[in-house]
Design a protein around this ligand. Structure first.
Ligand SMILES: C[S@@+](CC[C@H](N)C(=O)[O-])C[C@H]1O[C@@H](n2cnc3c(N)ncnc32)[C@H](O)[C@@H]1O
Length: 236
């Protein structure tokens, strides 16, 4: 993967960035996403935010090598502290981090959001707490997808702030739009998850630890939800 050829995961994220956007890519690492989009003429300006020094320098290098210093600003900053009002950002991507980390970045940087930005999120796990935050902060999920690359299942969640929305616990867990569409990729992911959860459950039931009771209840609930969802899909 590089700024010329994105991974399928980042390619699907790129497809959700509105044409002509002013993009902030937070946790940009090498800066491939904003640089690829700028090279294609798909966005007009970008900020690449990075907390860690080595990836920050890598992003600076990618921008410089492509002669895009006038269009893409690379800032070393924690989360949304990379955003400045004059950037007039219209889309924010947060990809390749845990869902809880993305949630915490959004939550601690709330004051920097104007509410008009499209959020394009690609969590590596922790989708449920991330959707919970979106709901609690008046975001509507406008697009969701599941994809599999290099034996990993990835989810992409796109949200826009447009008033109160209530999602049920199952919708927060599976994704409201994914649950509605029940695509083959989504069902295959949850079949794999079910097998994983069942394996974990049998390992935990063999372990004699005080802590496992609560964890077992949580996994049992997940197994129940997944089984119900898969069974009801099969019946319909
Ligand atoms: C696994 S990389 C993902 C890179 C790229 N977004 C992608 O999806 O391929 C995650 C990056 O997020 C950065 N990161 C983690 N927490 C951050 C934070 N609070 N603010 C900015 N960057 C952060 C890490 O330093 C790392 O470079």
């Amino acid at each position: 993967m590089n700024e010329h050829t994105l991974s399928m995961r980042l390619e699907r994220v790129a497809a959700q960035v509105p044409a002509g956007a002013r993009l902030a890519d937070i946790g940009s690492d090498h800066g491939y996403l904003p640089v690829a989009l700028m090279r294609r003429g798909a966005i007009v300006a970008a900020v690449a935010g990075e907390l860690a020094l080595t990836p920050f320098q890598a992003a600076q290098r990618t921008v410089r090598d492509n002669g895009l210093e006038q269009r893409i600003t690379v800032r070393r900053a924690n989360g949304l502290a990379a955003l400045e009002a004059q950037d007039a950002i219209t889309a924010i991507s947060l990809c390749g981090m845990g869902g809880e980390t993305i949630r915490d970045i959004l939550d601690s940087g709330k004051a920097r959001l104007n509410g008009l930005e499209r959020l394009i999120l690609q969590p590596n796990g922790g989708e449920q707490p991330l959707r919970q935050w979106l709901m609690e902060n008046d975001y509507r999920i406008v697009h969701e997808e599941v994809l599999r690359e290099n034996r990993f299942d990835y989810e992409i969640i796109v949200a826009e702030r447009d008033g109160l929305r209530h999602y049920s616990p199952e919708e927060l867990y599976f994704g409201p739009l994914l649950l509605m569409a029940r695509s083959p990729a989504f069902l295959a992911k949850w079949q794999r998850r079910l097998r994983e959860r069942q394996r974990t459950m049998s390992q935990l039931s063999r372990a004699q630890q005080a802590l496992t009771q609560e964890k077992m209840q949580d996994i049992a609930r997940q197994i129940c939800w997944i089984t119900e969802m898969l069974d009801s899909t099969e019946r319909s």
